[in-house]
Write a protein that binds this ligand. Structure first.
Ligand SMILES: [Zn+2]
Length: 174
């Protein structure tokens, strides 16, 4: 897995050309240390075309975006990546109306997603980085508690932008 570093928009858009590129990236981080089924704990899975994984024992399928900020975003993972990139690299505060225009979503959609991103950023700021940290201008990370988005299993980590991994390769924080 490669980790995106830097603030270059052209390089970023080269790296993430499609939703699939983003999913590949997320799955690379998520299962960096190998797969572990969230239902039965089994460690082997089939990798599907969209980079989701299906457990060899119980057939539970987990998508690359599950338990991340990018889960079921209506406007697509790639656009969400770009919004995160813009937020992570911009030196000024960005308004929802500006972001809506920039990324072709409604102001409301932009506001809701930006709120999730900020929440993830803030909650990660409350915890010290430790362990296996990949700290760059742009990577993918997570929050500790089930705060972001809908209610997922609170034990799971959620991925966002800059990333810290636990020993088991779970994404810990942004
Ligand atoms: Zn399983």
């Amino acid at each position: 897995m490669d980790v995106f570093k830097g603030q270059n928009l052209l390089e970023f858009s080269e790296r993430f050309k499609t939703d699939l590129d983003c999913k590949e990236y997320l799955s690379g981080i998520k299962w960096k240390e190998g797969f572990s089924c969230s239902k039965c704990g089994h460690g082997a899975a089939q990798i599907r075309k969209d980079y989701s994984r299906t457990c060899n024992i119980c057939s539970h399928t987990e998508s690359a975006t599950a338990n991340t900020l990018f889960h079921k975003v209506k406007f697509g993972v790639r656009k969400a990546f770009f919004i995160c990139f813009e937020m992570a690299t911009s030196t000024k505060s960005l308004s929802a109306s500006y972001m809506g225009l920039r990324f072709g979503v409604t102001e409301k959609t932009a506001r809701l997603f930006m709120h999730k991103v900020r929440e993830a950023m803030e909650s990660s700021g409350n915890n010290e980085m430790d362990g296996n940290a990949h700290v760059d201008e742009f990577v993918v990370g997570s929050v500790e508690k089930g705060k972001v988005g809908r209610s997922y299993d609170s034990k799971k980590k959620k991925a966002v932008i800059a990333v810290q991994l636990t020993d088991k390769g779970k994404v810990r924080r942004m």
